[in-house]
Design a binder for this molecule. Structure first.
Ligand SMILES: [Zn+2]
Length: 444
């Protein structure tokens, strides 16, 4: 039986430990005490994430944080294993969101962009948001840049990795590297207010290389660039390309030389193609992609992270929460053509990966799945976009993204069958296990 436990409990546990000055060991003890190292998950159905048909009445044996075997109910299991009854649920791989922003409190995007919090506070907000995402079934996330002058998410990532706090596996591009006046510069300040913005603004190939070296020095797993104008940025044009070919080429070379990967925010038709030609690994948004851009991505194997829901949020919710009219207008104009362009990319077979772009409250991240289905992915393909395809983009395909013996036990269970109703991924995640540790769903 699945027992829903509020995310508040996990959050409070972590924050109390932090505020009380509890060291790593006390925090760790509070979340893992009495946890056995072997489990038998008795699943009503299993979606293994490889696209195979759903299998029924299966049990997953977990030992030492990894999947030991997957078989039928009642097959041999370790005698000391704890049996968890998920017989009414569908077990599937932990979900992966490859486009999050974690340092924004409750969707207050304007507040964070304006630098209204210290880097330390942003780190605490990020920890809370990361824990909420884990509670909702996202066992791995990739941040695609934060408005933080420093590198608080590197510390949050490392603290979770070290076991100080419960949280998802985090990979991160620390900043969204922007040209002056570009999407991730802050452009609504007067010219005589010369302040250092909480971001990374560079011009010229040498400055680009320096910025990337600094990002990597302070903990980047990924590099993120704003290759075109955007929606939520003041006054810039989504159709305009931000960087010269030379700057983009320097960025790709420098990133790959360090064995890292690079993604770009790109909305305009030319900016998408310029970035793909330069050799980026993925493109975010790609709202105005044309047939040539689709062919280029197919040819080069570039991954598309379409972030569909966020634009709906900007246009539909934005006006009621004070989003600038200019941003809402840009969003509305783009929305008119987006569906056809993304649908064409889906139909052509461009590899799609799930990313939500959480400038909105992170509780809404899984709304991206139903949007992907609306634009042409089957429910199973949408799940693969948020599991195996995402894992491969993150170079973690050998560890996570499918349910197979030997892989890390990142497993979620959904009350019901998400293939019948993909919105269950938003509303019905009743059980979450990360690396063999139960983080939601049964009393510990
Ligand atoms: Zn974003």
């Amino acid at each position: 039986m699945i027992v829903h436990r509020t995310q508040r409990a996990a959050m409070a546990m972590a924050l109390v430990a932090l505020l009380a000055g509890g060291g790593p060991s006390s925090a760790r003890a509070s979340v893992t005490q009495d946890a056995p190292d072997a489990f038998v998950l008795r699943c009503g159905q299993v979606i293994d994430g490889r696209g195979a048909a759903v299998s029924r009445n299966r049990q997953i044996v977990v030992r030492d944080g990894r999947i030991a075997s997957i078989g039928d109910w009642g097959e041999e299991a370790p005698a000391d294993a704890r049996v968890i009854d998920l017989s009414e649920a569908t077990c599937m791989p932990g979900m992966i969101d490859t486009h999050v922003h974690l340092t924004i409190a409750a969707g207050d995007f304007a507040g964070v962009a304006a630098g209204g919090a210290s880097s330390a506070t942003k780190g605490l907000i990020a920890l809370r948001n990361a824990q909420t995402m884990l509670d909702n079934g996202f066992t791995t996330v990739r941040s695609t840049g934060e408005f933080d002058r420093y590198y608080s998410l590197s510390n949050v990532r490392d603290a979770i990795k070290a076991g100080m706090f419960v949280g998802p596996r985090i990979l991160q591009a620390p900043h969204c590297i922007s040209a002056t006046g570009g999407h991730c510069d802050i452009n609504n300040l007067p010219a005589d207010l010369d302040i250092e913005i909480p971001g990374m603004v560079v011009d010229g190939a040498d400055a680009m290389r320096l910025a990337i070296r600094k990002e990597i020095k302070f903990g980047a797993d990924w590099i993120k660039l704003a290759a075109t104008g955007g929606v939520m940025s003041h006054g810039d044009n989504p159709n305009a390309t931000a960087f010269t070919d030379e700057e983009l080429q320097a960025a790709v070379d420098e990133t790959h030389r360090h064995f890292k990967k690079i993604t770009v925010h790109a909305i305009g038709t030319e900016g998408i193609k310029q970035a793909v030609r330069a050799g980026v690994d993925s493109v975010e948004h790609a709202i105005l992609i044309d047939q040539e851009g689709i062919d280029l991505m197919l040819d080069r194997g570039t991954v598309l992270v379409p972030t569909i829901y966020v634009l709906n949020y900007v246009v539909e919710v934005g006006p009621s929460i004070g989003y600038p009219p200019g941003s809402v207008a840009k969003g509305a104009e783009l929305m008119e053509v987006r569906d056809d362009r993304i649908r064409a990319a889906v139909e052509a077979g461009v590899k799609m990966v799930m990313g939500s772009d959480t400038i909105f409250p992170v509780e809404q991240a899984a709304r991206e799945f139903v949007q992907m289905v609306r634009l042409g992915l089957s429910p199973m393909e949408s799940i693969k976009a948020g599991t195996i395809n995402a894992a491969e983009l993150l170079d973690l395909g050998s560890e996570i993204g499918t349910l197979e013996p030997g892989k890390l036990a990142d497993i979620v269970a959904i009350d019901g069958n998400p293939l019948d109703d993909v919105t269950l991924l938003e509303t019905a995640v009743g059980f979450v296990m990360k690396s063999g540790q139960v983080v939601k769903g049964v009393e510990r």
